[in-house]
Ligand binder design. Structure first.
Ligand code: ADP
Ligand code: MG
Length: 723
């Protein structure tokens, strides 16, 4: 790699023009054309078969094999008419990836001819034979292989790629003995558990007609776009998704001129293409805009049932990456691709509700509805307080540590933001300001007319990792490249646990003669007495909060993944998941194994690359410059011109220091004997990462000294501002 390649990249990027825009199609004409929707099923299936599958989708029960055969045949006809030759069971392993196993519809006949074939059995169940996905020892403990099974609540679709058209079937991935090897199974279980607990509570509160309760999710996806010409000259971006080196550009995000600014034309054409693909796949893209950092953008679909939203999130990440490639960009979903400017998160908006009571996190119009709302809110508060470290653990990855542990939104301390109005309501209940003359007076509280809590537009609220935003909670600590399933599992699980506790309390109090409303208020008060320490409305970035949170409020500040992941092994977490029926102890342990392994691997790869790039790209450039500089100095000296030597000395000293730390890092990387996985993770966090940072400091300082026409790596300025 030489400086010429860099210059070439700049001119190639400048010469680029947007791909031609397609003639825009009407949304109705695009919508869900690539999805085997309920209405398509209705049109193509016999009435009784359709009724049966519709029921299965609603209840999530197992699909009848006879029914599956008819559905499979209709699905195959639909997909092959769209050009599909292959089908794939799509599943979501414990990595944040999406995995697929492709099979042909082809069936060879005895006379040598071929037919397309797709049986009910194949639709319902598949075997990702011989695939090796990290499983934390689960499959080796139990069975050699796992199988995939169609999740009927998530519709099948066709995906068009360079490889042709494929029928995709969203599936769970389980071992033969029933252990969850994926991220979908626990999500479905957590939703079922939450439904059970919520239904019980809703009935206790006097609701007679209670439809199944489901969780919903709308995830805002932040991402960066970098031109492929630049990315291809940055081995760090290509291999790790982030820049391991790079001096900040003179201009960063300080002008705030990128946020909601005009979207560059090439990006706009890219976005249109992404949206068209999303619409065809029935993914309701809703908002798009520039984000705070230069080169950063956001896309948010309209919220959907959590399970479907989670599958769609995975598809969105795939579509973003594939479409970016087509448009000559590389889409970075890393949480911190560039130092010194904002990173990318995935705000997970989450609520629970059903067809009869509506959104249970929406303040209602009547006192009774409001009590119900406050109880559901209390359940969240209690859950996030009791299991805060779990909420931190489910967003713990090597890459997300750059956001959560650093001075960036949101902090690693998990607190709940309610907004001043709602916080006040809770405080009043806690202080008992709701009781007058032995009677519950909801009027005093203003409960009958609880306002529709407005979204707090202030920056203040943006510093909270877990914020109430009017009719839902927004979990902001989730990483941009993460699957949303883990965070959703955690939220549903802690909610199920708290709702069960509340229902137990309510039953006891009512059996003792209390009426529903006063029993409910007493419970809310108790929740606040025990758990209000987690409620925080101030600035989550401030040093003051870091101190208060830990010293006065007893909240955990788990800065790194190495600190956070061991939470998954704690007894109280194991008990929670077993009690609620979401993950068995072995399943939970396997998750610890997989996630910690990924953390260690990620840092290992980065560290090796730091050594390589420093030695083979930066060092040569710096010494070449130094050599030119010193020969110039001596030849000038020969004719009596004395040039300052500071620059040469500084470059020499920076090169020396950089290489000193490169060799320290290399030595550190050769250590392989660790007492435990926990020790190994701490070593990565405490020893490897700081050494990498130090190498970078010297290298970035060199970038500020070495002549620009010697510098081989595309700079921050180029990558962020040249489009
Ligand atoms: P902001 O950037 O202000 O946080 P956006 O409008 O970009 O808000 O995104 C909000 C996300 O929250 C969208 O995906 C939206 O569909 C989702 N959302 C809205 N209401 C709910 C709800 N009741 N439950 C879950 N998600 C919701
Ligand atoms: Mg948001």
């Amino acid at each position: 790699m030489s400086h010429e390649l860099r210059v070439q990249a700049v001119s190639q990027v400048t010469d680029r023009s947007p791909l031609p825009t397609k003639v825009p199609q009407r949304l109705e004409a695009l919508w869900a054309t690539d999805v085997f929707t309920l209405s398509k099923m209705q049109a193509s299936l016999p009435k009784d078969v359709f009724k049966s599958i519709q029921k299965t989708i609603k209840t999530g029960e197992k699909l009848d094999v006879a029914v599956a055969g008819v559905v499979a045949s209709a699905m195959k006809d639909w997909a092959t008419a769209k050009g599909a030759l292959y089908y794939a069971h799509v599943f979501y392993p414990m990595t944040n990836a999406t995995a697929e196993k492709h099979d042909g519809f082809i069936s060879l006949q005895s006379d040598g001819s071929v037919l397309t074939e797709f049986s009910g059995k194949v639709l319902v169940q598949g075997e990702p034979d011989g695939s090796s996905f990290p499983n934390g020892g689960l499959r080796s403990t139990f069975e050699a292989r796992g199988y995939t099974a169609w999740d009927v609540t998530s519709p099948a679709y066709v995906m068009e790629t360079d490889n042709g058209v494929t029928l995709c079937i969203p599936t769970v991935f389980i071992s033969w003995t029933g252990e969850a090897l994926d991220k979908k199974t626990p999500l479905l279980r957590s939703n079922a558990a939450m439904n059970k607990a919520a239904t019980r509570l809703l009935k206790l509160l006097g609701n007679e007609d209670v439809a199944p309760v489901n969780s919903s999710c709308g995830a805002e996806q932040e991402y960066f776009l970098v031109d492929a010409h630049f990315a291809h000259n940055r081995p760090d971006l290509l291999l790790t998704g982030r820049t391991l080196f790079g001096k900040s550009a003179a201009k960063g995000q300080q002008f705030d001129d990128h946020y909601f600014g005009a979207i560059p034309e090439r990006v706009q054409v890219f976005m249109q293409d992404v949206e068209e693909k999303m619409y065809r796949l029935g993914i309701p893209a809703k908002t798009r805009h520039n984000e705070v950092a230069p080169g950063q953008f956001e896309l948010a679909p309209f919220f959907e049932a959590a399970n479907v939203a989670s599958d769609h999130q995975q598809l969105i990440m795939t579509i973003l990456k594939l479409t970016a490639k087509k448009h000559g960009f590389v889409c970075l979903l890393h949480e911190k691709p560039f130092a010194g400017i904002n990173g990318s998160g995935k705000h997970v908006n989450w609520s629970v509700g059903n067809a009869t009571q509506g959104n249970l996190l929406d303040p209602g119009d009547t006192p009774h509805a409001n009590i119900q709302f406050l109880l559901f809110c209390s359940a969240v508060i209690r859950g996030v307080h009791k299991y805060g470290p779990l909420m931190r653990a489910v967003v713990a990855t090597a890459s997300n540590d750059h956001r959560l542990g650093a001075n960036e939104a949101p902090p690693a301390i998990i607190s709940v933001y309610l907004g001043s109005q709602l916080e006040e309501v809770f405080q009043k209940i806690q202080k008992g300001e709701t009781q007058s003359a032995g009677q519950v007076s909801l009027m005093d509280l203003g409960v009958p007319s609880l306002p529709i809590f407005p979204k707090d537009p202030g920056d203040r609220n943006r510093t909270s990792p877990f914020a109430f935003t009017g009719n839902r909670f927004e979990f902001r600590a989730v990483g941009s490249g993460q699957s949303v399933a883990g965070p959703l599992v955690a939220m549903n699980t802690v909610l199920a646990d708290s709702l069960t506790w509340i229902a137990d309390e309510l039953e006891t109090k009512m059996a003792g003669g209390a009426d529903v409303d006063s029993a409910a208020l007493a419970i809310i008060k108790e929740v606040m007495d025990k758990h209000s320490n987690v409620v925080f409305g101030g600035n989550g970035y401030s040093e003051e909060w870091h101190r208060i949170a830990v010293e006065e409020r007893g909240l955990a500040n788990l800065r790194t993944t190495a600190d956070a992941l061991p939470v998954l092994k704690a007894d109280y977490i194991e008990e929670l998941f077993s009690r609620v029926g979401v993950l068995s102890p072995v399943e939970l342990e396997s998750r610890f194994d997989v996630y910690s392994e990924q953390y260690i691997l990620a840092i290992g790869v980065e560290a090796k690359l730091v050594v390589d790039i420093a030695k083979t790209i930066i060092y040569p450039a710096a010494v070449r410059y130094l050599s030119e500089l010193s020969s110039t100095i001596s030849s000038l000296k020969a004719i009596g011109i004395e040039l300052e030597k500071e620059t040469a000395e500084k470059v020499a000293s920076l090169v020396h220091s950089m290489m000193e730390y490169v060799s320290k890092l290399s030595t550190a990387l050769s250590k392989h004997d660790f007492e435990s996985t926990e020790d190994h993770m701490q070593y990565c966090a405490q020893t490897i990462r700081p050494l990498m940072d130090t190498v970078r400091e010297y290298a970035d300082a060199l970038e500020g000294e070495v002549a620009d026409d010697f510098w081989p790596l595309p700079t921050y300025q180029e990558m962020l501002f040249v489009k």
